[in-house]
Write a protein that binds this ligand. Sequence first.
Ligand SMILES: [Zn+2]
Length: 250
Amino acid sequence: MLSAPTLRRLTSITVFLDSAPGMRGGQPAEERLTAGTQLPTLVPELQEGDVRLRVAAAARDRAHALRARLTELWALAAEDQAAALEAVNALLAETGALRLVADADGAVDLTPAQTPADAVERLTAMAALALAEAALEGELDRLRTCAGEDCENTLVDASRNRSKRFCDAANCANRTHVRSYRARQAEADEETAAPAVEPATAAGDEPADAAADVVAEGQPKEKAKKKDKDGKKSTKSKKKGRKKAKKKGD
Ligand SMILES: [Zn+2]
């Protein structure tokens, strides 16, 4: 099991990693880390402890480089333990000497012997120690990349049965379920469509409705309400769904 502080730090690191430009929850996202001074906002854990944090705007490029390294590590953590360990070792080497400290409750933790003031160095050390703990606990496979289509978000699977596959940020689980539901329905339509036109159309209405319901379920209340009021919109999406299904069936 990962300790609570380690889980919190790893989760914070995913926020740092997901600041990179790329596909996020089906949408292209721009660079969000445009100045080194944003680091304490992205990773509040950097301000733990009593050594003052120094954040320079010029740290941006070094932060980007660290982010790329950690993103790569995240991608291979579950697949290639040897490579992941090597990457963690490199981070540990940069962290330098370590020491054991006990907190007020007597819980013992490893920290850098000298807490770096520089934000990127401190983030490197934080990542190195959190990842080392994950490796020691046999939990590296909890570091994942979202399985949602067009989503590169990273995540830490803290679930009991290690079943988390989608990020929380972008409704990815719901998007993917709707998509596979439609694909299955399109296949079913293909089987029944050939002999009779009418039943196929009727059958086409149902899945689009059900799919729209699934979407509404996962959406914020506001949007669901809007859909209820605006009958046109839901008809439109129904048509769209049907059109899509037909197109696939062709
Ligand atoms: Zn996602």
